[in-house]
Ligand binder design. Sequence first.
Ligand code: G3P
Length: 230
Amino acid sequence: MKIFLDSANVTEVKEAASWGILSGVTTNPTLAAKEGRDFKTNIKDISALVDGPVSAEVIATARDEMVSEAHELVRISDNVVIKIPVCLEGLAATKTLKEEGIHVNMTLVFSVNQAILAARAGAAFVSPFLGRLDDIGTDGLERLSEMVETFRNYDFSTEIIAASIRSPEHVVQAAQIGANIATVPFKVIEQMVKHPLTDLGMERFLADWAALQAQLVADGVNDMETAPKA
Ligand code: G3P
């Protein structure tokens, strides 16, 4: 499963890209608003840091305006993907953009039917929102599982992005279900790498190494004698 960063923060994108785990970035208007910067400049900066798709969402609600906005956004960088909410106008805009060779990520997907329609309209990606389904007392992972199974039945080329990820456990479950991609907040990626036994193990290794150095100094052994042979 590929990992995308769900963030519009340039510092977070730069740092996550340096870890070598990043295959793309997703933004949305709420994340963009948090940055308080010109949206297009922000997307340009993010796109330059990532070797993979960067989703930028349209604000328009009518098909023609969505398409015009998409045309402006794809001019920012070759790796910009247009995020469009799943609705009838959004499907029509997606069809047009697909015919023009522009990749669309259909967002705010909460049902299998929405995902099927997005795929049929030509979306390159669909983004089911796991956390927000959980928020209303339904099972986001169950919906994701149904979408993955349905797409497999018909060999759809549309990739499923597990979105609205709230915890490392969500990522594990999305991977086991077979989502193509998980788009993960920065804080959750940091949590994914943590394990108390890793921290304890590192502490012990460093303590044992320090004890050895102290012993060698006490024994009057030269540092070079313990250096690895070239
Ligand atoms: O990728 C979608 C994500 O940004 C929404 O997450 O936590 O606001 O539901 P959340």
